[in-house]
Write a protein that binds this ligand. Structure first.
Ligand SMILES: *Cc1c(COP(=O)(O)O)cnc(C)c1O
Length: 360
């Protein structure tokens, strides 16, 4: 069998969730959109079921997949509904919804529901993507609050640059949010922080936090942060060496001769490529782990294969284990070598089968 595989460590996922929840100090919505960032939404939600206060998904299709797998915890639609047609399904599956545009308020006013629907009303505090503008927000809040079929309401917003530790944008968004909050009833439930804000901006930790990337053990914080230290990688992408070539100095390797040997070189051919989700434009020198030791990618990544430098790994050869990212090699570090983000690499996992491991 082809040796490329992604191993998913559900103990690490639970560990990261507990860290996020403790840090937040209140409730924590485990964000499992996009198939749990490539880790498998059903397996991840099951691993956290009974423990997570709720789950966040991007759309009703993702929510229904979890309900059909037996997940009973609250599930929040992070972008809300896309169409009024979804309301009966939202009701049937007892979902929660974000409301992020005034057209969604209009739709809810026109469609009475049998049970009260929990609504998270989103403020655009400066990201300028989804959310109501500050001048429209209090009115939307009052209109929704007046509907008997709207249940508990949460005031929420989302940060655009929380991973930039010294940047003024996050404090500015916090100030905008808090000015809005002063116009809502006292004691209103709130939610602001994604992973980066939860770890790096203590004043953003409110009633609910919404960790995503950190649950999977990664982050993009641009400066050291003690709260990121305990995170454990959940996914390991690995394969094996399937061929070895001994080349003289001055020989090109692979497509386009993107790398030319500068010394006599032992090249290991690894069964993993961009069709597995490894970044096609990772540059020569991108770190890999060869039988547990630090090594380097050389040459251009192909669809099904990539090449590594075995010259300084005399014990390595056919069958050697190559970790492409995981516990010993942060996916964010690999991502940075190709202008990518860990979000992109994790959600881009393809073909390589996922193997779930769980000790507890
Ligand atoms: C995706 C998402 C999150 C999680 O973000 P991370 O950066 O992965 O922690 C939180 N809130 C909302 C609204 C999201 O869409």
């Amino acid at each position: 069998m082809r040796p490329a595989r992604a191993t998913i460590d559900l103990d690490a996922l639970r560990h990261n969730y507990r860290h996020a929840r403790t840090l937040g100090g209140g409730k924590a919505l485990a964000v499992v959109k996009a198939d749990a960032y490539g880790h498998g939404a059903v397996a991840c939600a099951r691993a956290l079921d009974g423990e997570a206060d709720g789950f966040g998904v991007a759309c009703i299709e993702e929510a229904i997949e979890l309900r059909e797998a037996g997940i009973r915890a609250p599930i929040l639609l992070l972008e809300g509904f896309f169409d009024a047609d979804e309301l009966p399904l939202i009701e049937r599956h007892a979902l929660w919804t974000v409301v992020a545009s005034s057209w969604q308020v209009d739709v809810l006013e026109r469609h009475p529901l049998r049970q009260p629907l929990p609504v998270w009303l989103k403020l655009d505090s400066g990201m300028h993507r989804l959310g109501l503008a500050p001048e429209d927000y209090p009115d939307a809040w009052r209109r929704l609050r007046a509907l008997p079929w709207v249940g508990d309401m949460v005031a929420m917003s989302h940060f655009s640059r929380a991973d930039e530790l010294g940047h003024a944008s996050t404090p500015a968004q916090l100030a905008t949010f808090d000015a809005m909050l002063a116009r809502l009833p006292p004691g209103t439930t709130t939610s602001l922080a994604n992973s980066a804000a939860l770890m790096a901006w203590p004043t953003a930790r409110r009633d609910w936090v919404r960790p995503g990337l950190m649950l999977y053990g990664s982050h993009m914080l641009d400066a050291p942060c003690a709260e990121a230290e305990p995170l454990r990688a959940v996914m390991e992408l690995a394969s094996r060496v399937i061929a070895v070539r001994e080349l003289a100095a001055g020989e090109p390797i692979g497509y386009a001769g993107a790398f030319t040997t500068s010394r006599p070189t032992r090249v290991g051919v690894v069964a993993a490529g961009y069709a597995d989700g490894y970044p096609q434009y990772a540059t020569s020198g991108t770190p890999v782990i060869i039988d547990g030791q630090p090594g380097e990618l050389i040459g251009r990544v192909s669809m099904d294969m990539l090449t590594v430098d075995l010259t300084d790994h005399p014990g390595a050869g056919i069958g050697s284990d190559i970790e492409l990212w995981g516990a010993r090699l942060p996916v964010a570090e690999v991502a940075a070598r190709s202008g990518n983000s860990p979000y992109r690499l994790l959600t881009g996992l393809k073909r390589a089968p996922r193997q779930v491991v769980e000790r507890s």
